[in-house]
Design a protein around this ligand. Structure first.
Ligand SMILES: Cc1cc2nc3c(=O)[nH]c(=O)nc-3n(C[C@H](O)[C@H](O)[C@H](O)COP(=O)(O)OP(=O)(O)OC[C@H]3O[C@@H](n4cnc5c(N)ncnc54)[C@H](O)[C@@H]3O)c2cc1C
Length: 394
């Protein structure tokens, strides 16, 4: 990412908005995937319920993370998809690259382009889905019939009531849900992927000033634990364009998040090796986990506190009453059925927009961010849902 751009302060504000609830600062992402025209070498034709499908080996290229090409090759024999190859060479190590084989297998198993959202690899998933959809269209599949069949086979609709609905059980949402449950609320979390923690799973630690670790090592005074010093430091680095209220909250709350996580079993140590540029000069403030997976602990605590989590469930619309008060949300379940949640409070913690090139351009006025790290659910309607009910775009 280009932190030298004059717009980085505005970008930092955007990222801080995504991170402030969980007090995790770093990278973010989202954008649309598109696929290029399919090249085909079709042969025999099989008439199936899904249309007059031509056998052959087809190629199409989807656009994945960082606008990288994701070429996909699909072999169709006897009207069935028998082989899929995904070349994820342009995608991220540990995320898109690792997901490629599983995505290919999902296409074969389901005989469909409509594959699951994968935590940390949503853009790669979208690229594959777009490319396979294009290939299936090219091969003669009746896409309308497929859509109709999907609609017919979808699961039961259901309605549930809860005190607090948390949409997006990533770094922020999982902790928000836990805190609400610990305060005595009945909590339901909906999460688009199958994983707790969202892109928090990519983080190796977090920024914090004034934590117990710092005070143990450096005492009470000095710039290391001084919130005002770090506020000025952030603002200076951002050409004084940062959102002061947000940055102050972020800085003053981080130590409480460290304490909260310590109380839930997550260990920290002050690391001399922050893993990314967002934590420059921060060997005194970068608190690295000293156990591998903080969300195992948070997940256990969520369980212990009776939080229900619906995985593979995507919120699509925030519900309001006649006066515009938020009353819940409409979600799509893995089986396609609709889950309507009536809730007294709704937390939207869907992260995920810095890799949305169009949105970043709209906000920042120029192309600045073509290689943002991808965020889980990057293409999902989190921000749009809020705009749809009148949230400020500012
Ligand atoms: C590679 C990488 C390394 C990083 N390293 C660090 C680090 O070392 N330290 C640090 O502080 N930060 C780091 N970050 C940043 C940190 O991960 C994010 O700031 C943090 O995860 C943001 O939390 P969040 O809850 O806003 O979003 P996320 O953690 O991304 O959670 C959002 C969740 O919402 C879900 N979702 C989205 N839309 C919907 C919907 N409509 N319905 C249901 N669910 C939905 C998503 O699937 C996701 O699980 C890193 C980020 C990346 C990508």
């Amino acid at each position: 990412m280009n932190w030298k751009t004059t717009n980085r302060a505005a970008l930092a504000s955007l990222l801080a908005i995504a991170a402030v609830c969980g007090n995790l600062a770093g990278c973010a992402g989202s954008s649309q995937s598109t696929s290029s025209a399919a090249e085909t070498t079709p042969a025999a034709e099989t008439t199936t319920a899904a249309g007059a499908v031509k056998d052959g080996t087809y190629n199409a290229t989807g656009t994945g993370f960082g606008n990288g090409d994701v070429p996909v090759t699909v072999t169709i024999e006897g009207g069935k998809i028998t082989d899929v190859t995904v070349d994820a060479g342009t995608q991220s190590d540990g995320y898109g690259k690792d997901a490629a084989d599983g995505l290919a297998q999902e296409v074969i198993d389901g005989q469909t382009y409509d594959i699951d959202v994968v935590s940390g690899a949503t853009m790669t998933r979208n690229a594959v889905s777009d490319a396979v959809k294009e290939i299936m269209t090219e091969a003669g599949y009746d896409m309308d019939a497929i859509a109709a069949a999907k609609e017919e086979s979808k699961g039961e609709d259901e309605t549930v009531d809860t005190d607090v609905l948390v949409i997006g059980m990533g770094a922020s949402g999982s902790v928000a849900a836990l805190k609400a449950a610990e305060s005595g609320a009945r909590v339901l979390g909906v999460e688009a992927t199958e994983t707790l923690g969202g892109m928090g799973n990519a983080a190796q630690g977090m920024f914090a000033v004034g934590s117990v670790e710092q005070k143990d090592r450096y005492g009470e005074d000095g710039e290391t634990t001084d919130e005002a010093y770090w506020y000025n430091h952030f603002q200076e680095r951002n050409n004084n364009m940062g959102n002061s209220k947000l940055i102050r909250t972020f800085i003053s709350e981080a130590k409480n998040t460290v304490s909260y996580m310590l109380n839930h079993g997550v260990g920290f140590f002050l690391s001399k090796q922050p893993q990314q540029i967002a934590h420059f000069d921060t060997e005194t403030v970068y608190h690295r986990w000293n156990n591998a997976d903080p969300f195992t602990y948070i997940g256990q605590a969520l369980d212990d506190n009776g939080v229900e989590i619906r995985y593979s469930t995507t919120a699509t619309k925030i519900l309001t009453d006649a006066d515009g008060n938020v009353t819940g949300a409409e979600c799509t379940k893995e089986d396609g059925g609709t889950l309507t949640v009536n809730a007294k409070s709704v937390v939207v913690s869907t992260g995920s927009f810095a890799n949305n090139a169009a949105l970043m351009k709209e906000v920042l006025g120029e192309e600045v961010y073509s290689n943002a790290m991808v965020m889980a659910g990057a293409e999902l309607p989190g921000v749009d849902m809020m705009w749809d009910i009148g949230a400020s775009r500012g």
